[in-house]
Design a protein around this ligand. Structure first.
Ligand code: VGL
Ligand code: ZN
Length: 207
C-alpha cells in the first residue's frame, strides 16, 4: 500500500541527462511523464539533483589526456569519467522543465564536493559520507522507497542499493527509468539490485 510510510524518490530528472544535455541518457525525456503521473500517488516525494562543482573530479576534462567513459583510480576507488554535466547553478543542472511535482518536499543535492562523486542519493562515492537522506526518511517514518529517474545503471541503481543497505524496502519502477548502458553497466546494475533484494516493478504493477 502506498501510504505515508512509502516515499517516492525521483532521481536526477535534470536537463543534462535529457535530450540536448551534456550527458544525455538515451530516451531520457521519456521518464518525465510517468514520473509526473506516479508522483501524484505519493504523499512523500523527494527529488535528488546531481550538483557538481565546476571542474569536478568526475569530469574527464579535469584529468589531462582522459576522455569521457574512461575509468580511473581515485583515492576512493574506480571512477568513470564523464563529460562536464550538472554544474551547480547552470541550466543543465536544473530539473527538466516538464517535471511537474510541486508537492515534492525535499531536494537532496549530491556530488557537490570537488573531489568526490556521488551517484547515490544516500552515500557519496567514498562510501563513507552520508548525504543525510536516510536519517531524513527515518525521521519521517518512511520504511519503503520507490525509485525512478535517470540513470537506471548509475544514480538510480546506486540509490536503490544504498536504500536497501540502509534497511528500506526498495522498489525501482523500471518504465520510469532509462539507462546509460556503457560497458555492460545496465546488466551489472540489474544483477546487483536483484542480489540485494531490490524489487524491479513497472508502473502498472506498483501497489
Ligand atoms: C549520473 C553519471 C554521472 C546519473 C550522474 O544521474 O545517473 N550518471 N552523474
Ligand atoms: Zn554526475
Amino acid at each position: 500500500m502506498i501510504d505515508a510510510s512509502t516515499a517516492f524518490i525521483v532521481i536526477d530528472a535534470q536537463n543534462d541527462f535529457c535530450a540536448g544535455g551534456a550527458l544525455a541518457v538515451p530516451d531520457g525525456d521519456a521518464v518525465i511523464a510517468p514520473i509526473n503521473a506516479l508522483a501524484r500517488r505519493f504523499a512523500a516525494v523527494i527529488l535528488t539533483q546531481d550538483w557538481h562543482t565546476p571542474g569536478h573530479a568526475s569530469f574527464a576534462s579535469a584529468h589531462s589526456g582522459r576522455k569521457p567513459f574512461e575509468v580511473i583510480d581515485m583515492p576512493y576507488g574506480p571512477q568513470m569519467l564523464w563529460p562536464d554535466h550538472c554544474v551547480m547553478g547552470t541550466r543543465g543542472a536544473d530539473f527538466h522543465p516538464a517535471l511537474d511535482v510541486p508537492h515534492a518536499q525535499a531536494i537532496i543535492r549530491k556530488g557537490y564536493r570537488p573531489a568526490v562523486d556521488s551517484y547515490s542519493g544516500f552515500m557519496e562515492a567514498d562510501r563513507a559520507t552520508p548525504t543525510g537522506l536516510a536519517g531524513y526518511l527515518r525521521e519521517r517514518g518512511v520504511s519503503r522507497v520507490v525509485c525512478a529517474g535517470l540513470a537506471t545503471d548509475f544514480c538510480v541503481g546506486w540509490t536503490a542499493l544504498d536504500a536497501r543497505a540502509a534497511g528500506f524496502e526498495t522498489l525501482v519502477v523500471e518504465d520510469a527509468c532509462r539507462a546509460i548502458d556503457t560497458g555492460g553497466s545496465l546488466a551489472k546494475a540489474r544483477e546487483a539490485m536483484a542480489a540485494a533484494g531490490v524489487k524491479i516493478v513497472d508502473t502498472a504493477r506498483l501497489a
